[in-house]
Ligand binder design. Sequence first.
Ligand code: ATR
Length: 279
Amino acid sequence: MQRFAIIGHPLKHSFSPLIHNRAFADLNMDAHYEKIEIAPEEFEREVERLKNSDIVGFNITIPYKERIIPFVDQLSAEAVKIGALNTVKKVGDQWHGFNTDWIGFLRPLEKFSSSIKRCLLLGAGGAARGVFFALLRLPELQHIVISNRTRRRAEELVNQFRPFGQKTIYVSGFEYLLNMNERFDLIVNTTSVGMSGHNQTILLEPERVAHSKTVVYDLIYNPLKTILLKRAEERGLTTINGLPMLIYQAEEAFKIWTGRGFAEKTRTYLFDELPGLIE
Ligand code: ATR
């Protein structure tokens, strides 16, 4: 049996074991995926132990996506640019690191991508880096406004990704949002505002910066509908929550490990059943 795992802290609410074990079962694969919760002070020792175990691949989640980097032998080009790993694979006696979050983010946008020219990105933390990297790959996207409570952090993020070719990038603090007179085709929230257990509020009213075809995308999946998504839905806008990204980043990791995508019935099961486990 092949063994896989997820490392992070805390991991109590992680859906990754359910997702991957379902995918293995649906493809009749002899493999198992488990949770390995690691306390921050034990990180180094536990990662070395994991690398010396019979585990052949693992995911990395908060707060270790950056801290894992020195423990792998080779990084994919995307992982280098984003500066964070969510997937690691054993190749011979080496460990290779990847980032699949950005692909997971893009998948639900594919059907809109030809009409996304202007984007408002909220937040400049770890999640925003993968999103920004993904946005730069949208062929029609011309203009990004990235806005963060701490403006300096947004500037640092943007500087890591230069040059931008024809695309224009504007950095702002939140005060700019209050008087903004721009409309966007895509609004993305990567902050924790609206997450269960965090600030139950909204950074801006979507209709102030949206037109009738704007897509409002919140990376949060708990709750399934943040206040931002509720407001957007009430205004008749298209909304995307964080659940598809969660499922697709997992599928991309699964492909790296096994060379196979999820069975169609796995995807159907996950899209049908995961929402019920969240609310
Ligand atoms: P993640 O890896 O999930 O992105 P992070 O790196 O801690 O986590 O980033 C959290 C993001 O949410 C940041 O953009 C943060 O803004 P700051 O850079 O100013 O800290 C944003 N954020 C968190 N709480 C917030 C709040 N109450 N209001 C506005 N932004 C908030």
